[in-house]
Design a protein around this ligand. Structure first.
Ligand code: NDP
Length: 503
């Protein structure tokens, strides 16, 4: 089902101009700004400062100075927590503005992005709560002469680099936890979707985050990001994006042995057994594959179906995919929006063409949709996919569902684990043993059982294998931005190592 793009919706929209935040001051950058064309309406919706290497270096210096000399790391946890809570309230107050920006820059459905902003508010509040429970350990069990205390100290300056697919949500998975620990940060959003992150900078200043604690440098990865991943005054790099750039990030950071946290790609299977609640699964299959137009690291882009149900499941998934409302992101009824750039649409189509040439078949969709303007793609299902095909192994990052089949649970596990990614997976069965066996044996950071793509601020998120390193969210998210220091204290007189000879 399509929702035609309303050509007049952005006719009176004046492109917003976004600067950079360095050391508490707003700057415009020296070069020509980067223009963002809305993927749905084809008009310029924002202009963002094109930060340079020198801008990135100044931002890192501002963050370093704020860490070494400024008040932020020296506040009590209660004071930091109060500021994070204020930030959460201000995000909630500006949620319509933030949702609109992400919708027009990323082409996301407005109703979906409203949910993402609400989810972000919850994460900021969760991080504020964790700030107050960060603590070390003490050991009073090491003998009469020793007391051991293990401190958690803020690690220092954090570089945060985010992609375009969840612009506001992903920065929320990183920044509030770094701030909760007492760190300072330099943030670089994707050059395609910088608006909401820049607005976050305004919000944080208003909430009382001191100058220099959060710096936002817009611009490209090779220019700004490369400095942020290699500069000796950065202590941690927290990166979300493609596995290729993640690898590069790790190599850059290795030169100065920085801590690195990587949230990368996925090629996530949903394994379905004949005893599953198929009504529930059909909906989850369509949601998993087409949510965010499949431009989602967690997309359930591989269905691994028991052979006995494959044919009927494919036709039911196709029937429901037909009803998904694809089109104008600003229409509140839209479920699937635009594809981020024309080049990305070409890449997705390339995967589909490649699959067809190697023996797969289109069971539904299969190409672009002409909705009057912008770039859109039909929810697509490819059947007859085999585990060796590129479309079964690589991240398409578009609304393309590949269907594979299995005969035994062992075979399903082997197909699920046969690729380089391991971000998430789903298993569908009414049998407890089946779910737990798959849950234990599939190598992925999250396993959903009889559901898909649910999440909560309390639940850690991250990948096995080449889907990443480290975890975000959850109880330990703040600790990731700390260094551990041991205080080994002696009580009473110390026994000498050198003992004088007595004879
Ligand atoms: P990219 O890896 O291309 O970019 C991610 C970020 O890295 C952008 O801000 C980009 O800047 C920046 N970057 C690019 N080159 C460099 C460099 N040399 N040094 C430092 N930074 C650099 O990913 P996309 O933005 O295209 O996002 C899509 C990808 O992100 C998908 O592959 C997806 O799987 C992955 N992803 C993973 C998630 C997870 O949690 N596992 C969540 C969301 C996305 P710019 O583009 O502005 O030049």
């Amino acid at each position: 089902m399509t929702v035609l793009v309303n050509p007049t919706a952005l006719a009176n929209h004046k492109a917003r101009e976004f600067g950079m935040l360095i050391g508490g001051k707003w700057e415009q950058g020296t070069g020509a700004p980067i223009e963002r064309i809305a993927p749905s309406h084809g008009v310029v919706v924002s202009r963002v400062a094109a930060g340079s290497k020198a801008d990135a270096e100044r931002a890192i210096k501002a963050a370093r100075d704020a860490f070494e000399e400024g008040p932020w790391p020296r506040l009590t946890a209660s004071e930091r927590s109060a500021i994070l809570l204020k930030a959460a309230d201000l995000i909630a107050a500006r949620s319509e503005e933030l949702a609109f920006l992400d919708a027009i820059e990323a082409g996301k459905p407005i109703s979906q992005v409203r949910g993402e902003i609400a989810g972000s508010v919850d994460i900021w509040r969760y991080a504020a709560a964790l700030a107050r429970s960060l603590h070390g350990e003490s050991y009073n069990t090491l003998g009469d002469g020793t007391l051991g205390v293990v401190l958690r100290e803020a690690i220092g300056v954090v570089s945060i680099i985010t992609p375009w697919n969840f612009p506001f949500l992903i920065v929320a998975q990183k920044l509030p936890f770094a701030l909760a620990a007492g760190c300072t940060a330099v943030v670089k959003p994707s050059e395609l979707t910088s608006g909401s992150t820049v607005v976050l900078g305004e919000i944080l200043l208003e909430a009382g985050v001191p100058a220099g604690v959060v710096n936002i440098v817009t611009g490209t990865g090779p220019e700004v990001g490369a400095v942020m991943t290699s500069h000796p005054h950065v202590d941690v790099v927290s990166f979300t994006g493609s596995t290729g750039v993640g690898r590069l990030t790790m190599a850059n950071a290795a030169q100065t042995l920085k801590k690195v946290s990587l949230e990368l790609g996925g090629k996530n299977p949903q394994i379905v057994f004949p005893d599953a609640d198929l009504d529930a699964f059909i909906d989850a299959a369509v949601f998993g594959a087409y949510f965010n137009a499949g431009e989602c690291c967690n997309a359930g882009s591989r269905l691994i179906l028991h052979r006995s149900i494959a044919e009927s499941v494919i036709s039911r998934v196709a029937e429901l995919a037909q009803k998904v409302r694809v089109g104008d992101p600003l229409d509140p009824t839209t479920q699937v929006g635009a594809i981020i750039t024309p080049q990305h649409l070409e890449k997705i189509n390339g995967f589909v063409d490649g699959a067809l040439k190697t023996g797969a078949e289109v069971a539904h969709g299969g190409g672009g949709l002409d909705l009057g303007m912008g770039q859109f793609m039909a929810p697509t299902i490819l059947s007859g996919v085999t585990p060796d095909m590129a479309v079964a192994r690589e991240e398409v990052f578009g609304p393309v569902l590949s269907v594979l089949t299995f005969d035994t649970a062992a075979e399903a596990i082997s197909i699920a684990n046969s690729i380089d990614y391991g971000l998430s997976a789903g298993v569908w069965s009414r049998d407890f043993d089946t779910c737990l066996t798959i849950g234990r044996k599939v190598k992925a950071g999250t396993i959903w059982m009889n559901t898909f793509m649910d999440g909560a601020s309390e639940l850690p998120f991250g990948g096995y294998k080449q889907s990443g390193l480290g975890r975000e969210l959850g109880l330990h998210a703040v600790e990731d931005y700390t260094e551990t220091k041991t205080l080994n204290m002696h009580i009473g007189s110390r026994t000498n190592w050198w003992v004088p000879k007595t004879e």
